[in-house]
Design a protein around this ligand. Structure first.
Ligand SMILES: Cc1ncc(COP(=O)(O)O)c(CN[C@@H]2CONC2=O)c1O
Length: 497
């Protein structure tokens, strides 16, 4: 009891030091498994190996838990780094000897971009440098064959911040519902926890290569309404994380129609749009699908589609760039009420501006060297080399999984991950219960402690009850680690038989 003999003040007005009970409980409850317990343990093991080489049954820790290509062996694209080097130290532009190391394409691009901002050390306008937003609009028009307006483009310090800002604006009430796929990239569930809003999960269909079912979305929407939740947005990740699945245009049409009919903001997370590894699927943006559908309908349906609220996200962290640390990205926002757009602009202004060098990387991503440029041959060789390597690693890892007892895995289509289903012995499930962890978390922790390979348990992305998975990237070089996983898996299954 406090000194005045009154009960302690209710959260959050108590006057004590910060503790787990008087800080934002949305933060306390948020989970982000990509950098959770396993990633923390992986760092401990890495430090142990540094301090005591040979003290573990493996000689290195391999981070397959995060789509972070340049943490492993992926090299940055030379063109991008030449532009950034000149942008960060413009005196080089006056040094004839130094410039011999740079392509004319990079020199011209650096000069052009610096002319837009004067210095990368200066704040840019909050929505992003207009000339770079124009590059993005041109890229979208070339990709989709439909117009794009630079006023609809907001540059962001990575897609994460754009996604968080849009969710922040939408989530006005604890009963605000945001429809998210399961399994999902936990940025969404974690942000909704912080915002104290209601996730409305819809299950992806593992039996159809993790397809997105419009019927499942409609059913989950109805259940949410019955629970007094008001769905306001529908998140689609295409290609998917962690599943890598690529949506069919038919399903995209059905999703667009549903979102338009229900007045949902369609949040299209398309950061992996360049990461496609099979000719059997093709990436189509939701912007293109919308405009194509509009050209096929008329009357009331055309009017309804014209009102669709669509926000599409992209990033420099993925694709063949893998420039995760540069923090560059954008979102294109159409169909949003002008007054709401103003609030979004105000919100991004609070943070002044996206990283300016990250904006430069966005420009290089959407407007790369073209045939005839002196940087083109090297650029395309590097780009295709990375793409082929990613595809080969994905196929090799998938082949290894297919040979493992009790493991099934959808063939790689897109993104940077494989998400195999694992059948775990009852004894392993019982052991996990004793430890108070999810069964696939037990599996992943034993994998890490035995092999140094860090993956993420399926429970970190959400999964149908009674099913177990893990997510691994296929970014690590070679296929030795695939064999290590296979050998571990065999031993694990024998241990818990
Ligand atoms: C679907 C999806 N959207 C957005 C982001 C964030 O991108 P930015 O770097 O532009 O903020 C990621 C990052 N992928 C995380 C990071 O690495 N592994 C993952 O699962 C992602 O997978």
């Amino acid at each position: 009891m406090s000194s005045t003999n009154q009960p302690p003040l209710p959260l959050p007005l108590d006057t004590g030091r910060l503790n787990l009970h008087n800080i934002n409980q949305g933060v306390v409850n948020a989970q982000y498994a990509v950098r959770g317990a396993l990633a923390i343990r992986a760092e401990e093991l890495r430090e142990q190996l540094k301090a005591n080489p040979g003290s573990l049954p493996f000689d290195k820790v391999i981070n397959c838990n995060i789509g972070n290509p340049q943490q492993l062996d992926q090299k940055p694209l030379t063109f991008i780094r030449q532009v950034l080097a000149l942008a960060q130290y413009p005196d080089l532009l006056n040094n004839k000897d130094a410039l011999k190391a740079f392509s004319q394409t990079a020199i011209s691009r650096a000069k052009y971009l610096l002319d837009q901002v004067n210095s990368v050390g200066a704040y840019s306008v909050s929505q992003g440098v207009p000339a770079i937003r124009k590059s993005v609009a041109n890229f979208i028009e070339r990709r989709d064959g439909h117009p794009a307006d630079i006023n609809d483009i907001f540059l962001t310090a990575g897609a994460s911040l754009g996604i968080t800002d849009i969710l922040t604006v939408i989530c006005a009430h604890p009963k605000t519902g945001i429809m998210i796929p399961v399994p999902q990239y936990p940025l969404y569930s974690a942000t909704l926890s912080v915002l104290d809003a209601s996730p409305v999960p819809y299950y992806l269909d593992e039996s159809s290569a993790w397809g997105t079912s419009p019927d499942e979305i409609a059913q989950r929407y109805a259940v949410a309404e019955q629970m007094g939740i008001v769905p306001r947005a529908l998140v689609v990740v295409n290609p998917g994380n962690p599943t890598g699945s690529v949506l069919s245009k038919e399903d995209m049409y059905a999703i667009i129609r549903f979102a338009a009919t229900k007045g949902l903001v369609l949040m299209a997370d398309e950061v992996y749009q360049s990461n496609i590894y099979t000719d059997s699927v093709r990436f189509v943006s939701f912007k293109k699908a919308l405009r194509d559908l509009q050209s096929e309908v008329s009357g009331e349906e055309a009017e309804e589609l014209a009102g669709l609220q669509l926000v599409s996200f992209h990033s420099v962290s993925k694709g063949m760039l893998g420039e995760c640390g540069q923090r560059g990205g954008y979102f294109e926002m159409i169909g949003i009420d002008p007054a709401v757009r103003q609030q979004i602009y105000k919100l991004v202004s609070v943070r002044l501006c996206p990283v300016v060098t990250g904006q430069f990387v966005v420009d290089c991503m959407v407007n790369p060297p073209q045939p005839g440029d002196d940087a083109y041959d090297q650029y395309i060789a590097e780009y295709e080399g990375i793409k082929n390597e990613l595809r080969d690693r994905a196929l090799a890892l998938h082949a290894a999984f297919e040979k493992m007892e009790g493991v099934t895995c959808a063939p790689p289509e897109g993104a940077m991950y494989l998400f195999p289903t694992i059948t775990l012995p009852q004894k392993a499930i019982q052991q996990a219960e004793k430890q108070g962890v999810a069964p696939d978390a037990l599996y992943c922790m034993e994998l890490l402690n035995s092999t140094g390979i860090c993956v993420v348990p399926g429970s970190g992305f959400g999964q149908r009850p009674g099913t177990f998975h893990f997510r691994t990237t296929f970014l690590a070089p070679g296929v030795e680690y695939a064999k290590s996983i296979a050998d571990f898996h065999k031993a694990f299954m024998a241990k818990y038989k």
